[in-house]
Design a protein around this ligand. Sequence first.
Ligand SMILES: Cc1cc2nc3c(=O)[nH]c(=O)nc-3n(C[C@H](O)[C@H](O)[C@H](O)COP(=O)(O)OP(=O)(O)OC[C@H]3O[C@@H](n4cnc5c(N)ncnc54)[C@H](O)[C@@H]3O)c2cc1C
Length: 527
Amino acid sequence: MIESDFIIVGGGTAGCVLADRLTACGKFTVLLLEAGPSDQRLHIQLPIGYGMSFFNPAVNWMYRTEPEPALANRSGYWPRGKVLGGSGSINAMVHVQGQPDELADLAEAGDSEWSFEALAACIQRARERIEGTDVSHDTHPLCSTFIKAAQEIGFNSENDLSKIGADGVGYFRIATRNGMRLSSARAYLRPAMKRSNLAVEIEAHATRIVFEDKRAREVHFSKSGTAMIARARREVIVCAGSINSPKLLQLSGIGPALTLKSNGIEVLCERNGVGRNLQDHLCIDHLYRSRVPTLNQQFGSIRGKIAAGLRYILLRKGPLALSVNQAGGFVRSRSDLAAPNIQLYFSPLSYTRTAPGTRTLMRPDPFPGFMLSAQPCRPTSRGFLEITSADPAVPPRIVPNSLATEHDIAEMIEGARLLRQLAATSSLRDVIDEELQPGSSVQSDDEMLEDIRHRASTVYHPVSTCRMGRSPDTDVVDSSLRVYGVDGLRVVDASIFPSIPSGNTNAPTLMVAEKGAEIILGKSGSQ
Ligand SMILES: Cc1cc2nc3c(=O)[nH]c(=O)nc-3n(C[C@H](O)[C@H](O)[C@H](O)COP(=O)(O)OP(=O)(O)OC[C@H]3O[C@@H](n4cnc5c(N)ncnc54)[C@H](O)[C@@H]3O)c2cc1C
C-alpha cells in the first residue's frame, strides 16, 4: 500500500497547483492520482491541437447531458479533460479573470480568507506562473474589424481582457508560452515532479474514499485494471473537477441520501448539496459568409496548412500557436447595468458543416467565414448531477436545466441581438456577404429564442456542484474547503465556486487552487 501525507485526486487545473504548492516546503509527502495519461502529446502542447482532443476518449471523459426540453430536447456534449492538466490541457486557452461580482460571492460564502484583498494575492501568485500571453500582433486582421464594429455601437476598447473587471472589447490573452500550451501541468506540476516528496500516478482512477471514524483515510483506485489502495496520513484532497468530484463523493457515501440508497451505497454522511447547484455558460454563435479570406482558407488548403505549419515551426507563431477565440470582450446588453453581463467572442473561421462527433479545427467551411458569439456571464438556472450506479465506470446523469429562468432567456436573446447589432455596423457590413446561421428568416424575439433552443450550446464551464458556503444543509464545503460532516477531506477545484465566474473558468480555478493550498498549508503547518 502506498502511504503519503496528502493524497490529491485529480491532476487537472487545480490538482497540479496543489501538487506543487504542498510539496514546495519539503515538509509533506504528496501522492497525486490522475485517471488519464501524461500530457506529453503533440495535440495537447500545440495550441490549435485542442480540436483533436475535443472528441478523443484517450484524454477526454466525453460526457453527455440528459436531453434538455428547453434546448429542443438536445443532449449536450460536455468534454472534460482526462489527462495531466485536466480540462486545462484540452481547453481553448482563453485567459480571463472575470468580474469583481464573483469575488464578492466568494467573500460572502467564505470568511476573511476569501476577501477581495486575499484573493487578489492568489490571483497575483497564479499570474506569476500562468499569465495570459498577449498575442494580438499574431491574430487575424478581421479581429480589428470586429473591435471597430464594437466601438461603433458604443463599447470601450479594453487592452487587458485578462484582468479582473475587464470592461470592453479587445484581443483575448491566452495561456501559452513560446507558442505552446501553458496548462497547470506545465507551469506547476512539471517543475514539482523533480521533488522526491511528490509521487504522480497516471492512469489511476480513484473509485472510492474510505473513512475510519468519519475521517478520510484511504483512496481506492484502479490502475491498468488492478485495484489498489493509497493511505493518507493527513488528508485527501479531491480535485477531480465539477463532474467527477461530486461523483466521487457520492460513490464514497457523501451526498443526497435518496440518491445513495437507490444505488445501494451506504450513507456515511447525508449532504444534499453534493451534485446540486450545477451552473454553466450557454452560448449562441452567429455564422457569416465573409467577403475577405479567413482562417477557413488557411486551414482549408494544403498550401495554407503548409504555410501555417512552417510559420509555427520556424517562429512558433501564426494560427497554430493561437486559440480560435481570438478577440471578444465583456459588454453590457443594456446601458443601465452596473457591470458587463455578456461575454463576446470573435473567431475568424466558421463551421456550418462539421459532422457530429468531429471538431478538427483545421477542417472548417470550404468558403471564407467567421463567427460572432455571445454568452451571458451569470446565468441563474441551476441543474444537478447524480450517480446512477455504484459502478465508478458509469457516467453520472447530468441535468443542466438550461434556460430555466426568465432572466436567462432574456439575456440569451439580448446577446443574440447584440450580435445582430455588431453585424449591422459599417465595419462588419463591408465584410459580410451573408448571415448563414441563424439567417435572415429569424427576426422576432420568439424566432431568436427558437433558434437559441435549437443551436445554443455550452462553452464547457460547469461549476458549483460542491459549493462552498455556510450551510451544511445546502453547501458541501466550508470556508476552509473541508467537506462538512467528515474529517480529513477537502474539495479544491471549480466545483466549489458559490456562483459561476463571469467568463472562462480556468484562471478563476487557478485562483481557488492557490487559495486552497494557502489554507491547507496554514492549517497543516500549525498541526
Ligand atoms: C473544451 C473545453 C474548452 C474550455 N475552454 C476554456 C477556455 O478557453 N478558457 C478557460 O478559462 N476555461 C476553459 N475551459 C474550462 C476550464 O478548462 C475548466 O474550468 C478548468 O480546467 C477546471 O479545472 P478543475 O481543476 O476544476 O478540473 P479539471 O481541470 O477538469 O481537472 C480534473 C482532473 O481530475 C481527473 N479525475 C477526475 N476524476 C478522477 C478520478 N476518479 N480519479 C483520478 N482522477 C480523476 C481528471 O481526469 C482531470 O485531469 C474549457 C473546458 C473545456 C472542456
